[in-house]
Design a protein around this ligand. Structure first.
Ligand code: PMP
Length: 380
């Protein structure tokens, strides 16, 4: 039986990306690797619409978050952390471990961070040097409006904006330079459509200055050390990189950029997400995120009101469909299904059809979900 991976990372790979990893190995201190590295950097710059190089190292997304903390946060640094779920909490926990004085602001699960809330929190904490945000909160499928949030912050003493983009980059607009992000962390296995194993960090000019001034005791994630080899004429990594993953990443970036302006690919993701949501709601599922503007184009979180959400999940797995469940407080209460990759009408109808089959006794209440979803899909 075919297995369909709908977890929000790792995501299903295209055959091209899978095969790219099988290319013959090359040394990481030679011309071929430098050229590969340079091409990837140029493609990431197109995706992020930002100048400057992206630091890439073997790590999970959590490593990329820790890299930001290790370079910008130290004992006694005042940090404002605005969280709307598990991953915002994790970023906060890492910052606390590095000795930060944390001011925590929590948004209820399923809700997003508004620019007004963030601006108010920064005004109320004028000493905060660093602001921690999550662009796409994967535990609740909330998309936070990072551009608007940063634009709303008071100009004077604006804190460094460190953003968890682990589940956003590659699937939705994230333009750190234009938006005023100072440190962006992401990973290979979600919107970048690559196997897990690469952590990526983009830093603003202001961020590089701050990193140079800070003397954090840290070796592997030392951004200044990384920058020295990254900015050589023939760029390389200070330590041995997972070369096969670089082959895969370049192939995945080519697929995303083959649509032209990255906005075109992002619009496809958003379209699929809207059509999937319309089908779910017509069937009787309830979306965790009520306000449409906060719904993630990368994944959807939902439950079956008056039904057994866990049983739906189990039934899906028995059909060869692999969704994710809830985390922490939402464990056992929601289903999360991702649409980062080439999730188009065939995949939407497969997912919706399977969800209908999995509804059990609640099926009788379902409306014409395929017509609803198709209508929204056709709106483009
Ligand atoms: N932040 C976000 C928003 C995530 O979705 C995840 C992974 N689900 C992480 C951080 C952690 O990434 P990893 O599991 O690769 O460490």
């Amino acid at each position: 039986m075919n297995q369909y991976l709908f977890t929000p990372g790792p995501v299903a790979l295209s055959p091209e990306v899978s095969l790219a990893q099988a290319a013959p190995m090359i040394g990481h201190r030679g011309k071929a690797f430098s050229e590969l590295f340079t091409r990837i950097e140029d493609k990431l710059a197109l995706l992020l619409k930002s100048e400057g190089r992206t630091v890439i190292f073997p790590s999970a997304g959590t490593g990329a978050l820790e890299c930001l903390a290790a370079n910008f946060i130290g004992p006694g640094v005042d940090v404002l952390s605005i969280s709307c779920g598990v991953f915002g909490d994790r970023f906060r926990e890492i910052a606390a471990l590095y000795g930060a004085n944390i001011t925590a602001v929590d948004v209820p699960l399923g809700e997003g961070v508004t620019p007004a809330l963030a601006a108010e929190a920064v005004r109320a904490n004028p000493r905060c040097a660093v602001l921690l945000l999550t662009q796409n909160e994967t535990s609740t499928a909330v998309l936070n409006p990072i551009r608007e949030i940063i634009a709303a912050l008071p100009e004077e003493n604006r804190p460094l904006a460190l953003v968890d983009g682990v589940s956003s980059v590659g699937a939705m607009p994230c333009y750190p330079q234009a938006w005023g992000i100072d440190g962006l962390a992401t990973a290979s296995q979600k919107g970048l459509l690559t196997p897990p194993g690469l952590g990526l960090v983009w830093i603003s000019e202001r961020g590089w200055k701050a990193a140079a001034e800070r003397k954090c005791p840290n070796y592997y994630f030392d951004l200044i050390r990384q920058k020295k080899t990254l900015c050589k004429n023939a760029p390389e990594n200070p330590y041995t990189p997972p070369v096969s993953l670089y082959f895969a990443l370049e192939t995945a970036l080519d697929a995303i950029l083959s649509h032209g302006d990255p906005e075109n690919w992002f619009a496809l993701r958003a379209r699929a997400s809207r059509a999937f949501a319309a089908g779910l709601e017509a069937m009787g599922y309830e979306l965790l995120v009520k306000e449409k503007e906060f719904r993630s184009p990368g994944l959807t979180a939902f439950l079956l009101p008056g039904g057994d959400t866990c049983a739906v999940s189990k039934a899906l797995k028995a059909m060869g469909i692999d969704p994710a469940g809830g985390q922490a407080e939402l464990k056992g209460k929601i289903i999360r299904m991702a649409h980062y990759g080439d999730f188009n009408w065939p995949e939407i109808s497969l997912a919706l059809g399977s969800l209908y089959a999995a509804m059990g006794d609640s099926r009788g209440r379902a409306g014409n979900f395929i017509a609803e979803a198709f209508g929204v899909w056709m709106e483009g």
